[in-house]
Design a protein around this ligand. Structure first.
Ligand SMILES: Cc1cc2nc3c(=O)[nH]c(=O)nc-3n(C[C@H](O)[C@H](O)[C@H](O)COP(=O)(O)OP(=O)(O)OC[C@H]3O[C@@H](n4cnc5c(N)ncnc54)[C@H](O)[C@@H]3O)c2cc1C
Ligand SMILES: NC(=O)c1ccc[n+]([C@@H]2O[C@H](COP(=O)([O-])OP(=O)(O)OC[C@H]3O[C@@H](n4cnc5c(N)ncnc54)[C@H](O)[C@@H]3O)[C@@H](O)[C@H]2O)c1
Length: 442
């Protein structure tokens, strides 16, 4: 028997779950089909578990930085305890999320979602028909297609490692490679990060990226730039990575060379939905090439950063659209942070625009000797702020420091509110804080 719903959502991740609850508040009938863990990537195998494991890096680095400045004696990460701490948070997520949906009156299916030739959605033995469908199936780690690729582990494996090997290697210098390398290094592993060209974290200000790489190199992370891994072979208990003039034995190798959208197994060809290698194609209403099928979150083909708050924002947009709004989706400034010690955060226009366009002015500050950073003896604290000369507003910022997240969120609000610098400087902010430093950065 076919079950009929107002909206059927494929994927019970950040975007799918958020939209489902919003639609129930509109009294719509909703089904969510999830083939893995409810809650999706962010709370189960992404942002949240990563940041719990990152606390090992934050604590050890703080103690290291403060040596000789009132603190003596080193601390060590106990990986299995830290992992238990993480699992206490992550293990209940999926059931709790599914139960939360069910108690809100949403039908949940723990199956692979797939459009069949009749245009209905198959979820195991169930057939679901929706007035509207929403694809929110996210992405999965991509695995480089090289001999020995079966030896690659993924970020999901890393975030659930029972023991930290002595020597680990990450192939791909993006968000995930940098973040996991920092965590593994703090946990005591010898860490290699291999990148195929000389522009890791290519979305970010390259001057600050290079300073971060130099700093992490001094701390002991072994960067291999302009290196193509062409094969992996198993030799005894180890894996040997090889390329032209390159050979590296390691205990465990993680592929951190990007993520691919989950579009290949959901029968898009049966419902006329087009996708490219970046994901499902949508218009300004998040509508696919089939007018009754929409897509949101990481699975969408877009140049925007694929992040949790973006997925949530798109879910919020679709909830309004399904409730009768006719507005096109419009994005605000999207802040993005590579978490580590230091963290690298960026929002709005890149600092390079000030070189190319006289309407903009760049203010660069080395904050290392400032009170906030001196207090914790932080070794690296830099900020670049782009200002629109005419409107006297901030239009972009990049921050490299252990506390970049505080500053980037403030700059994001200033950009979105188009707040005049003179108005921001009128605010009375709690002092001394990272936030109050912003008044000296603009
Ligand atoms: C290691 C890591 C760290 C990250 N850190 C951050 C961070 O610090 N900050 C940040 O903002 N973002 C971070 N992200 C990105 C963030 O997790 C994603 O942007 C976010 O989860 C996207 O939400 P989504 O709902 O679009 O997709 P997902 O959360 O991936 O949800 C999609 C769901 O669809 C399910 N699914 C797939 N195919 C099917 C199918 N055929 N049938 C049924 N269900 C299916 C999947 O199992 C999944 O549960 C990180 C990602 C990773 C991998
Ligand atoms: N803090 C955060 O917000 C956060 C953290 C993790 C992930 N994410 C999200 O997940 C996405 C995926 O992260 P990611 O780090 O896997 O992807 P990414 O696209 O950020 O980085 C992948 C890197 O691998 C490199 N690469 C590609 N092929 C390679 C090869 N053959 N050898 C070596 N390097 C190679 C690419 O040049 C790129 O720099 C991000 O784009 C982001 O949307 C966000």
């Amino acid at each position: 028997m076919t079950k009929q719903y107002d909206v059927v959502i494929l994927g019970g991740g950040v975007a799918g779950v958020s939209l489902a609850h919003s639609l129930r508040r509109q009294r719509k009938t909703v089904a969510v089909v999830e083939n893995n863990l409810y809650g999706g990537t962010c709370p189960n195998r992404g942002c949240d578990p990563k940041k719990i494991l990152l606390s090992g890096l934050e604590v050890t680095q703080l103690v290291d930085d403060m040596q000789g400045n009132g603190i003596s004696g080193k601390v060590k990460v106990n990986w299995s305890d830290l992992m238990r701490h993480k699992r206490q948070y992550t293990n209940p997520i999926s059931n709790a999320t599914q139960n939360g949906l069910a108690s809100d009156g949403i039908d949940t299916y723990h199956e692979n979602a797939h459009f069949n030739k009749d245009g209905l959605l198959e979820a195991g033995d169930d057939l679901l028909s929706g007035d509207k469908y929403v694809i929110a199936t996210g992405q999965r780690p991509s695995i480089l297609d090289i001999p020995g690729k079966q030896f690659f582990k993924t970020s999901t494996d890393f975030l659930n490692l029972d023991e930290m090997p002595e020597d680990v290697t990450f192939v791909g210098g993006g968000y995930i490679g940098f973040e996991l390398a920092g965590i593994a290094h703090a946990a005591g592993a010898t860490v290699h990060l291999i990148h195929h060209n000389d522009r890791p974290l290519k979305q970010f200000d390259q001057q600050l990226v290079n300073q971060a790489v130099d700093h992490l190199t001094q701390l002991g992370i072994d960067f291999h730039m302009n290196t193509d891994v062409k094969a992996i072979t198993q030799v005894g208990d180890q894996f040997v990575l090889s390329g032209d003039d390159f050979r590296l034995p390691t205990d465990m190798v993680f592929c951190t060379a990007g993520r691919v959208p989950n579009v290949d197994t959901i029968g898009l060809e049966n419902v006329g939905v087009k996708a490219d290698r970046h994901g499902v194609l949508v218009n300004e209403y998040l509508q696919t090439t089939n007018p009754n099928i929409f897509a949101m979150g990481d699975v969408v083909s877009t140049k925007r950063p694929k992040l949790t708050p973006v997925a949530g924002y798109e879910a919020g947009y679709l909830a309004k659209y399904f409730n009768g709004s006719t507005e096109k989706i419009q994005f605000k400034a999207i802040p993005t942070i590579v978490f580590g010690q230091p963290s690298l955060g960026q929002v709005g226009l890149p600092s390079s625009i000030a070189t190319d366009d006289s309407r903009y002015m760049l203010i660069t500050n080395d904050m290392t000797s400032w009170y906030s950073y001196h207090r914790l003896n932080e070794p690296l604290a830099k900020a670049k702020v782009v200002i629109n000369r005419d409107s006297e507003t901030v239009v972009g910022a990049t921050v490299l420091s252990n506390h970049a997240d505080y500053l980037i969120n403030i700059f994001t609000m200033m950009i979105d509110q188009q707040m005049k610098i003179s108005d921001f400087n009128k605010e009375i902010l709690a002092y001394p804080t990272f936030a109050s430093d912003v008044q000296y950065l603009i």
